[in-house]
Design a protein around this ligand. Structure first.
Ligand code: MG
Ligand code: ZN
Length: 272
């Protein structure tokens, strides 16, 4: 049973660019995108852009080919695999879409490391066109959060995940993100949790304005290498703390927790 839930943003956190911009730019639709951006919400524009791609003869295979060569820092996949091997539960909360995220993760061979992906629905319709829909149906009711775009409040998603985990389990969250949409969830984290904002990106700037608003411990990172170092250090720190409690409550379980540590890479020395 894992005591740590690691929540990853996707764009500029797992992959090293914005997947929406990457697809639009690589297929040569940047000008149209920039022209339409002031006229509608990002999420609706992405759906419209997929229609434009389709009517200009770009197939779903063209989109997938572009997704499969999206830039990713070489230390991010090892970091994800190590966190999983250390027993963490991994989730994604992203304002990209399910089609892009699953195509990329499956291509990289890391889809199965994540227990849940919370993102905007994305699917290929009967005409072979990709449809991208809002996560929250804002035609029915607004999510009521002034910090977030109309299609998705990541804070509400974090709140749901927190509620779905029973209090007795005492799970601790580590949240990684870069964008302004990652600020709302950072405000929902508790004292025992950790926020990992990407340094000098929008969420970092928002946190720096008044760091005391974030109850979680803040640990910045700037690239995939630092993401890996900081994430594994935090997991290790939490595991040591939890094991200390565990051992003091039942000495017989000490061997169990020690052997679990020995099998794993990059851990600090185990207490005697
Ligand atoms: Mg992002
Ligand atoms: Zn929000």
């Amino acid at each position: 049973m894992s005591e740590i839930v690691v929540v990853f943003d996707f764009d500029k956190t797992i992959v090293d660019c914005d997947s929406d911009n990457w697809v639009i730019d690589e297929l040569g639709f940047t000008d149209l995108f920039n022209q339409l951006l002031p006229t509608m919400p990002w999420n609706s524009l992405m759906d419209k852009m997929m229609m434009e791609l389709h009517s200009n003869g770009k197939t779903i295979e063209d989109v997938e080919e572009v997704l499969h060569r999206i830039p990713i820092h070489p230390r991010v996949i090892p970091a994800i695999k190590a966190a999983h091997a250390l027993g963490c539960e991994l989730r994604i909360v992203s304002d990209a879409n399910m089609f892009f995220i699953e195509s990329i993760l499956k291509h990289l061979g890391i889809r199965e490391y994540f227990s849940e992906i919370n993102t905007n629905p994305g699917y290929v319709n009967e005409e072979g066109r990709l449809r991208i829909l809002p996560y929250h149906d804002f035609n029915k009711a607004s999510h009521g959060c002034s910090l977030c775009p109309p299609n998705m409040c990541k804070g509400l998603i974090i709140e749901r995940i927190q509620k779905s985990i029973s209090e007795e389990e005492k799970k601790r969250f580590i949240y990684l993100g870069d964008g302004s949409g990652d600020y709302c969830p950072s405000l929902r984290l508790k004292e025992k949790d950790f926020m990992m904002p990407r340094k000098n990106f929008p969420v970092w700037d928002l946190i720096c304005k008044d760091p005391l608003l974030v109850k979680a411990e803040i640990h910045g990172w700037s690239d995939g290498e630092e993401l890996e170092q900081v994430l594994l250090q935090l997991i290790n720190k939490i595991s040591m703390e939890e094991n200390a409690l565990f051992i003091s409550s039942d000495c017989k379980l000490q061997t169990l927790s020690v052997s679990a540590h020995e099998a794993l890479p990059k851990v600090l020395p185990v207490r005697p």
